[in-house]
Design a binder for this molecule. Sequence first.
Ligand code: NAD
Length: 283
Amino acid sequence: MGSTLKPQISVVVAGALGRMGAEVVRAVHAAPDCELTGAVDNTPGKEGVDIGLELGLGELEVAVTADFEGCLCAASQSVRKDGAGNGAVLIDFTHPSVVYGHTRAAIAYGVHPVIGTTGLSPEQLLDLNEFAEKASIGAAVIPNFSVGMVLLQQAAAAASSFYAHAELTELHHNRKADAPSGTCIKTAELMEELGTKFNQEEVPEHESLAGSRGGRRASGLRLHSLRLPGLVAHQEVMFGAPGETYTLRHDTIDRSAYMPGVLLTVRKVRQLNGLVYGLEKII
Ligand code: NAD
């Protein structure tokens, strides 16, 4: 028995009782190559409850705990360190106020962080990359786990070589405070990479209602943000040329859409050294 290695990837989920975390627990539980070994959440009154029973998955013998570091410590000790790419993985969907500390602690414990929580600054990302490289640990910070969105962005970037007119629209639920979305800005940046100037005015434009034409970037690209209850997360890139329009659209209808990207990252992160930012670097 002594030399048998568990085939599963040992996974700790932080924020396990949250909207994204609960979906991740279900996806990890359903993945044949993953084993849920820890569930961290600080929701009052939930300490010690079985995460499987709590989420309707049946008993998983994994108790919810608020002790993040204790959970990392147990995960790192339970994994045999006799081969590269054999470490435990932390998936974090908690809160921007704790994500930096969580990521640093995971690296310190030799646990590979897969971070979905938003809010890490460019300086913090640089620092975490340096720390992960020194520790020879692979880490991934993925602001959007949607594979479909990455495909849309790649197609939009490719089409920008051929179309000089384009407008971007992002649509979200009306509880989203910031606009435009970070993902929409990323799409615009990718479209601008070849230095294309968009939307040269053919007539002098005048807005009788300020903001009607959306936000204009230095490249000339215009970004529009719609907020309505009932929407989840959507993005549309529309190109125009004489005699045609070309529209790319992605709709996230449910949080389960993020799970293939989460699992791809979990499988890849143990082969990395240092920090990778963005799902396009994983797929
Ligand atoms: P949520 O509020 O539903 O869930 C967060 C959970 O984390 C809660 O259960 C909370 O109790 C727990 N938590 C918070 N701080 C904690 C701490 N210090 N220790 C332990 N548990 C803690 O939020 P959500 O909608 O699931 O989103 C979580 C994060 O993920 C946000 O930053 C959000 O922007 C981000 N997000 C990312 C993606 C992506 O694709 N990367 C997609 C959706 C949401």
